[in-house]
Design a protein around this ligand. Structure first.
Ligand code: FMN
Length: 209
């Protein structure tokens, strides 16, 4: 009984600290404070897919587009996965297990773009299937590809290695790995700005270019 009370108190304390910590961070500005020194070697596009209501990957994509002066394309599924979250998980897992690549509304035309920032949420340890659909249509041969991902706490997993397999003719650069939201944070409406600011993007751009 005593042990159960101690365990419950510890879990409750951890939850309150997490929530308080996230709230504190979520209120800070996301503006960059460090100067951009990167010089991109050509015309740049940002292509990403983002699924959750807090739009973690799309938010990072906007930050990149802003600082790299790149055109932003957000991929959309022809028939989006159902809400709420557990229905999304169920439908997405079915496609993941079957190796099904869901149809997209449009495939952006990247002719004339030299650098492609390619972003995805991490799904089952790799890029999301809609990004797979895009890569099948356009494996980005001859382009410089700067990948970025957001995850729910499990890290980037096989993201970079799987991308290398999906676009063998591209020059892949070091990925930007961003902590997005886990289930609790998503329910609280907390997105990527609870953990990151635009400085993370600027530092990465300065390192790459
Ligand atoms: C179908 C599905 C699978 C997921 N798989 C993982 C995973 O393997 N590892 C992880 O850390 N997060 C996983 N997540 C959480 C997302 O990667 C995370 O919330 C991400 O920031 C969401 O980005 P978005 O807001 O752009 O959709 C998964 C989410 C969904 C919907």
């Amino acid at each position: 009984m005593k042990i159960a009370i101690i365990v419950c108190a510890a879990v409750a304390t951890a939850a309150v600290c997490t929530i308080a910590g996230c709230r504190m961070f979520s209120k800070r500005s996301t503006d960059a404070t460090i100067p951009l020194t990167a010089k991109l070697p050509g015309k740049a596009a940002v292509v990403c897919y983002s699924q959750s209501k807090v739009r973690n990957t799309a938010t990072v994509a906007q930050w990149i587009a802003k600082h790299a002066g790149a055109t932003l394309f957000v991929l959309e599924m022809a028939e989006p996965y159902p809400e709420p979250y557990f229905s999304t998980l169920k439908a997405a897992y079915k496609d993941f297990k079957a190796g099904t690549l869901p149809a997209l509304k449009d495939i952006p035309d990247l002719d004339g773009y030299d650098v492609v920032f390619l972003g995805s949420p991490i799904w089952y340890g790799t890029y999301a299937m809609p990004v797979g659909t895009f890569l099948k249509a356009n494996p980005l041969a001859g382009k410089t590809v700067a990948p970025f991902c957001t995850h729910g706490g499990g890290g980037a997993g096989r993201f970079a290695a799987d991308l290398q397999k999906a676009c063998p003719g591209a020059k892949l650069l070091e990925p930007l790995v961003i902590r997005g939201s886990n289930q609790i944070e998503r329910r609280m409406g907390l997105g990527v700005s609870a953990h990151h600011t635009e400085d993370d993007v600027v530092e990465w751009l300065n390192r790459l270019f």
